[in-house]
Every structure is written in structure tokens, then in C-alpha cells.
Write a new protein. Structure first.
Lengths: 252, 558
């Protein structure tokens, strides 16, 4: 996606050389000016993010509907998520977004080593986020809270047996915790998939930045990727309160 | 160039001396790879033309089989579950692989840069990628077919699709999921191109209405398709893991599926028809030699259809137990969407009034569109009214209604556009007499096929059954006879358009004497479209400007 928008493969380099007035080798021949190309690229990226909002919107909508319907199950199941890991991950992701913002600035200022450092830091924080996320997934796997045939509701029908201070749910409502966990995995999984794609693109950007592609005023790929990375942050900023935080009652 | 003679505006160059341009986008490069790796929007348009035609005839074959089965009241040609697979495949292929990508993929790709005075779409690689994504989705659809088919209906209705059926639902759902990305990419490309690539002087209100229509349709693609994507992902996951998102037995809500599905699939109807309306605007103006009456109103009505189109989806769900208050609101909104559609029809009619009308093939298809789309639209108002809908929904009345809109509207517009821009795409004219015959055949065949279905539906025959009570046989036989005529009408263009590639008359750059920028360059256009970026120094559809330009050209040459 990003590479297609950025339109800067080495194969295109010769296209720019046909025209004397072109200032950057990355200029594609069908754009009149470099400015037009940059505007088109970032506009396309914004539209792409709009489609992403609609994509996640469907799942948020499903979550809100079922949270309303099966409120007790959702509240209890949501309490089983680790707020501390969630909070830590939120902080990691925000810091990663900050590094990305600095990286865009560094590209615009043509500071190659700062750009490289910031891109690497962004990548590192992203990987740590995914590490914590997978440890959370593994915990759910051990507890048999992965939706499917092996899903086990005994923690919700008999919380006292697990040392959990919750009111026990009747069996049919306890089954609905499966809907919560399905949506939890679908939403965070889709978010993680976007992060994995993002990390792949980050490696590609690091490789190109190291080659010096972004040291001469051409920043469109970094800038557009920045938009994508911030979008992933923002999705998480909605997922975190919806899945982890609302309706917790720590006073129990 | 000669001026209009008699009852035609066609003006062709002298055939004894005329030649195609020496170098153009088709003969610029040779070899299969030069097509498969092309970034030229015109070549990608041709790739789309071949692939949508291929899928159209596969979908059409299923339509033929369906009609053949319905010739007799008993399910004697195929078993009932095979019949279910037939109409599912017919729907999936015709909607997602033909109607949605047809006009944007072929004519949108070819014409948007030409009409804007640009050298290409904003993202040529993305454009090529969208064709590959489309082909991947198409191949997967065919795989679902070859592996044994899918029988959910094109709507993937849950929990039928997630729980009760054991056919290739996941394959088909993934195929449509993938195809959806093709239309998202096309939509993004069109919107960015129309915003950022207009030539100097090409203001928003100097754009041909074709562009306004594509802009509105692209908005729908960009905003609607992702919702379909996530819905299909949830259906696939529910099948894989057996979770109750949509299955009520497991605590899910089948209505949620309906809301998510129709949130895309109703706007999808406008994705199919809006580009067609854009084609009609161009053709009507050219063959009545007049600026489109109420240009601004027609332009904004496209945007209004796109906007209202997002707020009417619940009219597919009136009998599904939604709240009657929300049904009231959605019924009202459904009536409202008829207003911008009517604005278009009225404005085209007023464009015809006192115009110098000629009846070339594109115009015949255009008249077909206006009549059939009006019937389709008005029966849509019947279905949008709550009381009528309870009686008519899930009957053949609905089938007839949406075929009038999509086939009578969308497909007629596609054929109008193909004939209209054929000289630009290939540099050669199609044969006029036989193509007029095809247009008339299509119109007659279409009416014979689908008018009886209104009656069938009104009498209460439900759709999606392989068998029906014997008293409905007469109307069904009429419909099948009509489908045969219709199929003949669709085969004809295939044959004579292929013939014209070699034997058609040389068209010259502007055979219709049309005003669009695309007609002011050679046919077929050179790879770079414009040697110099044009300047739009006149209003759109300005036939006096064209007459002056032509006159001056003659003086300089002579």
C-alpha cells in the first residue's frame, strides 16, 4: 500500500531525467510539479486511512451492540484483562508514535542519523508492544479463554473457585463471555496485524533511509508512513479504554 | 472535417486517405509483458474490459441456466440445491465482478485522466494493482465455483451462511473480500486524481458530469467497501471458530449482520448506477447538441445520491423485525433518494427538449436507460413504502425491480458508453446498422424478460425457488423467451465490436463532434495523452466553442 502510494521505485528514476525542469529524481512524469505529487500522495494516504476507519468501525459497532446486550458477561470478562499490561502497552505505543513524529521531522530537516535512530526506536517499541500482547494472548490460551471448542466458562460460573471477587454468572450469560473474547481477539488481532505490516514497512524505510533516499528533501514515504503509524496508535487509544478500562470496579 | 449531414452528426475523415496515428498507446509497445506490467491507465482500462466481459458472459451463462430451469414448474433440469448455487454464482459474479468494476474500471480508468487533461491517474501502480487484486478475487470466485459452489445467495445471509450450510462459503467470502480492495483502490485513485490532477482552467464546475458521477461513486466505494470487508471477515471467522457473532443460537444477532451487510450493499447499488448516469450525461448532451440542462443540479444530485445512499439501508430489512419507528424513518429517507434520481431524469429530458437529436447507437441505449431506469426507480419507491414492501419483498417483484435498475440501467449505460467511446479506444467505428439492431433487440428482450416478473411477484411468487406452482408457468415461459432474446442481444456487440477492430471505418479524432477534452486528441490517444497539457478556456459542453475551433482549423489547413 505505502510503497504503491509513494511511487518511488528505482525503476522510476529514469522517468524524471527525461525532463530538464525536474528537481528530484523521485518525481513521476505524470505530475506537473513535485508539490502536486506530494499533495496527491498524502491525500491518497488520508483517504486510505478513512477506509481503515470504516473497516474498524464495523467491529466497534458490533462491540457496542453486544456490550449493551450482554452487559454482565462483558463486564466480568473485561475485568480479566490485565490493566497494567494494557497501560504499559499504551505508553509504549504513544512513545513509539512520538518517535515516529520526530522521525518525520528529522527527514524534513535532512538529519539522516537522527532519522535512522528514530525509525529504529519506533520499530523496537512496536516489537515490544507485540511481545506484551502475545504474552497476554498466551495467558488467555492457558485459561482456555480462546473462543472455540475449548472455551471454558468455569471461571465465570464459579469465580470463587479461581479466587476472583466477582458475582458468578448464570451459565447462559457466562457463555456470552465467549462473544467478548471473540471480539477482543478480532479487534486486537486486526490491530496487531496492522502493526506487523507497519513493522515490515518500517524495516523497508530504515533500509532506504540508510541508503540516503530521504536526505535530499524527499520525505513523502516517511511522512505517509507516519500517518499510518499514528492511525494505528489512535485505534489502540480507542481499543484500550473500551476493552480494558470501562466499568472496572477496583474497589471490590 | 465535414459538417453534419442529414440525420446524423457522425463525421468521419475521408476513408480513402484516412489512417490511424502512427504511434498510439496500443502499438507503443508489444508483448504480453508490456500489457501485464503496464502503468498506462488506457491499457489498464483495456485489461479491465477483457476481464469484465469474460466474467459477464460467465454470469450470463448462469442467468441462462436459471431461466432454463424455470421453464417448467418442476425442478427437472437441476436439483434444488444446484439451482441455489446457480443463482448465488449469478449474483456474485454479476454484482462484484461485473457491475461494480465495469464502468469505473473500463471507462473511468480510460477517460478520467483524458477528461481532466492529465497524463495519468494519480497512482498508476495502485491502478495496476487494483486490476491484479480484482483478478485474484475473480479467480478465487471461480475456484469456489469449481470446488463445488456456494449456495448462500449473493447476500451471505447469516446464520444460513455461518451455521447451516456446508458449501464453500469461506472461499467465496474471501473472494469478495479481495475484490472489495480492488474497488477501494480504484476509488482512492479516482478521488485523488479528480482533486489534484485537473488541468489549468478545469474548475469543478467545468468538469464533465461523467467526472462528478465517478467522484460520487468513488466516495461510496471508499466509505462503504471496508464495512463489507469486515462483515465478510466476521462471517469467515464465525464459520471457522463457531462463535456467535451472527448466529442467534450462540448469542449472536443476525440483524447485526443485516445492518453491516446492507450498509455496504445498498450504497453498492449506487456504485453500480452512478457511473452509468455519468455516461448517460455525456451521451445525451452529445447527441442533442446541447449543454446538459441544469448542469449544477445534475452534478450535485450525484453527490446527493451518494450521501442519501448511506442512510437507506434498512429498507432491505423491513420484514426482519426492526423497530417500526426506525422503519418509518428509513422509508422516508428511501423516498428522498428518489428525488436526486428524478432530478437527473428530468434534466436529461429537458436537455433533449429542442435539442438537435440524432439516433446513433449510444443514444438508443441511452433512451433504453432512461425508460428502464425510470421504471426500476419508481418500483423502488413501491418497495420503499412500508405496507407495499411487506407484500412484495422476497418476491419476483424485487427481482424485476433491481434488474430494471442494474441491467436496464447499469448495463444499458455500459453498452452506451462502450459504443460511444469505442472510436476513441480503438480508433475505429463499430458498424452502425447492426449495432442499432442490437440495441433494439436488447431493449425488447429485456422487457420481455423482466416485465412478467413484476406480475409474478405481485401475484406472490417468492424468489430463489427452483419450483413453482403450475399456474405461473405462462409468465415464466415468457420471461425465459425474453432472456433468450436478451442473450442474443448481448452476443451481437461482442461479435461486431471484435470485427470492427480490423474492418471498422477509421474514426478520426472526433467522430461525434463532441466537446470533451478526450475528443480533441488523436484516436487512439498517444501514450502520454497530451503532448502539451491543455488549458480549459471554455465551459463544458460548449458546442459553439467546438464549432469555432473546427472552423478555424479548416481555415488554417485550407
Amino acid at each position: 500500500m505505502d510503497s504503491a502510494l509513494a511511487t518511488t521505485d528505482p525503476a522510476d528514476l529514469h522517468a524524471g531525467q527525461e525532463h530538464g525542469h525536474v528537481s528530484l529524481p523521485q518525481h513521476r512524469h505524470h505530475f506537473e510539479t513535485v508539490e502536486q505529487q506530494r499533495e496527491a500522495g498524502s491525500f491518497g494516504m488520508w483517504l486510505f486511512l478513512l477506509t481503515e476507519i470504516m473497516f474498524f468501525g464495523g467491529m466497534f459497532f458490533a462491540y457496542l451492540v453486544y456490550r449493551n446486550w450482554y452487559y454482565p458477561a462483558f463486564a466480568v470478562a473485561s475485568n480479566q484483562l490485565s490493566v497494567s499490561i494494557g497501560t504499559l502497552n499504551t505508553m509504549l505505543l504513544i512513545t513509539s508514535g512520538f518517535c515516529m513524529a520526530i522521525a518525520v521531522w528529522a527527514a524534513e530537516m535532512r538529519k539522516r542519523s537522527l532519522l535512522l535512530a528514530m525509525l529504529m526506536l519506533t520499530t523496537l517499541l512496536g516489537i515490544v508492544f507485540l511481545g506484551f500482547k502475545s504474552s497476554e494472548y498466551y495467558e488467555k490460551y492457558e485459561l482456555h479463554h480462546i473462543p472455540g471448542n475449548n472455551f471454558n466458562v468455569s471461571m465465570f460460573t464459579n469465580p470463587a473457585g479461581y479466587g476472583i471477587k466477582e458475582a458468578p454468572l448464570p451459565p447462559d450469560m457466562a457463555q456470552k463471555t465467549q462473544v467478548f473474547f471473540f471480539l477482543y481477539f478480532a479487534m486486537t488481532g486486526m490491530h496487531a496485524l496492522h502493526m506487523i505490516i507497519g513493522l515490515g514497512l518500517l524495516c523497508w524505510l530504515i533500509w532506504r533511509a540508510n541508503r540516503g533516499d530521504f536526505s535530499s528533501g524527499y520525505v513523502a514515504p516517511v511522512e505517509n508512513f507516519g500517518l499510518y503509524w499514528h492511525f494505528i496508535d489512535i485505534v489502540w487509544l480507542f481499543l484500550y479504554p473500551l476493552l480494558y478500562l470501562i466499568n472496572r470496579h477496583p474497589l471490590h | 472535417m465535414s459538417t453534419a449531414v442529414g440525420n446524423t452528426i457522425v463525421s468521419l475523415p475521408d476513408q480513402s486517405t484516412a489512417q490511424l496515428p502512427k504511434r498510439h498507446y496500443i502499438n507503443n509497445e508489444y508483448g504480453l509483458l508490456s500489457w501485464l506490467l503496464t502503468e498506462d491507465h488506457k491499457r489498464i482500462a483495456l485489461l479491465y474490459l477483457f476481464s469484465v466481459t469474460f466474467f459477464f458472459f460467465i454470469g450470463g451463462a448462469f442467468a441462462g441456466l436459471i431461466r432454463l430451469e424455470l421453464l417448467t414448474p418442476q425442478p427437472d433440469l437441476v436439483a434444488a440445491d444446484t439451482y441455489n448455487k446457480f443463482f448465488t454464482m449469478h449474483g456474485l459474479i454479476m454484482i462484484f465482478l461485473f457491475l461494480v468494476p465495469s464502468i469505473p474500471g473500463v471507462m473511468g480508468n480510460f477517460l478520467i485522466p483524458l477528461m481532466l487533461g492529465a497524463k495519468d491517474l494519480a497512482f498508476p501502480k495502485l491502478n495496476l494493482l487494483s486490476w491484479y487484486v480484482y483478478m485474484a478475487g475473480g479467480t478465487l470466485t471461480l475456484a469456489a465455483l469449481v470446488l463445488g459452489g456456494v449456495d448462500t445467495g449473493w447476500t451471505f445471509t447469516a446464520p444460513l451462511s455461518t451455521h447451516y450450510l456446508n458449501t464453500h462459503v469461506i472461499t467465496a467470502a474471501m473472494a469478495i473480500f479481495i475484490t472489495g480492495f480492488s474497488s477501494i483502490l480504484t476509488g482512492i485513485n479516482f478521488i485523488v486524481t479528480i482533486h489534484r490532477m485537473r488541468c489549468p482552467g478545469m474548475t469543478w464546475f467545468r468538469m464533465p458530469l461523467f467526472l462528478w458521477a465517478h467522484y460520487a461513486a468513488s466516495l461510496l466505494m471508499v466509505l462503504g467497501t471496508p464495512v463489507l470487508a469486515v462483515t465478510l471477515v466476521l462471517v469467515a471467522l464465525e464459520r471457522l471458530f463457531g462463535i456467535g457473532v451472527f448466529d442467534p443460537a450462540k448469542g449472536g444477532d443476525p440483524l447485526l449482520f443485516q445492518h453491516l451487510f446492507w450498509f455496504y450493499s445498498h450504497p453498492a447499488v449506487y456504485i453500480m448506477i452512478l457511473p452509468g448516469m455519468g455516461v448517460i450525461s455525456e451521451v445525451v448532451s452529445t447527441f442533442s447538441r446541447k449543454r446538459i440542462f441544469g448542469y449544477t443540479a445534475v452534478a450535485f444530485s450525484s453527490v446527493a445520491i451518494a450521501l442519501f445512499g448511506f442512510f437507506v439501508w434498512e429498507h432491505h430489512m423491513f420484514i426482519m423485525g426492526v423497530s417500526s419507528y426506525s422503519a418509518l424513518v428509513f422509508s422516508l429517507l428511501t423516498m428522498l433518494v428518489a428525488v436526486p434520481s428524478a432530478i437527473k431524469i428530468f434534466n436529461w429530458a429537458f436537455t433533449l427538449q429542442k435539442g438537435s437529436i440524432t439516433f446513433e447507437t449510444p443514444m438508443l441505449y441511452c433512451f433504453g436507460f432512461m425508460g428502464l431506469f425510470t421504471i426500476g426507480g419508481l418500483t423502488g419507491v413501491f418497495l420503499g413504502s412500508l405496507g407495499m414492501d411487506v407484500h412484495l419483498t422476497e418476491t419476483y417483484f424485487v427481482v424485476a425491480h433491481f434488474h430494471f435498475v442494474m441491467v436496464g440501467g447499469g448495463l444499458m449505460a455500459f453498452l452506451a458508453g462502450i459504443h460511444f467511446w469505442w472510436p476513441k479506444m480503438t480508433g475505429r467505428m463499430y458498424p452502425e446498422t447492426i449495432s442499432k439492431l442490437a440495441a433494439v433487440t436488447t431493449f425488447i428482450g429485456f422487457n420481455l424478460t423482466f416485465l412478467p416478473q413484476f406480475v409474478l411477484g405481485y401475484l406472490g411468487l417468492p424468489r430463489r425457488y427452483a419450483a413453482y406452482p403450475p399456474e405461473f408457468q405462462v409468465l415464466n415461459v415468457l420471461s425465459t423467451a425474453g432472456a433468450t432474446v436478451l442473450g442474443f442481444g448481448y452476443m451481437l456487440p461482442m461479435l461486431y465490436l471484435a470485427w470492427s477492430l480490423k474492418y471498422g471505418a477509421i474514426a478520426g479524432s472526433n467522430p461525434w463532434q463532441a466537446t470533451g477534452l478526450e475528443w480533441q486528441i488523436a484516436s487512439p490517444p498517444p501514450t502520454e495523452n497530451f503532448t502539451e497539457i491543455p488549458i480549459m478556456d471554455h465551459e463544458v459542453y460548449d458546442y459553439e466553442w467546438l464549432a469555432n475551433k473546427t472552423k478555424n482549423e479548416v481555415t488554417t489547413v485550407g
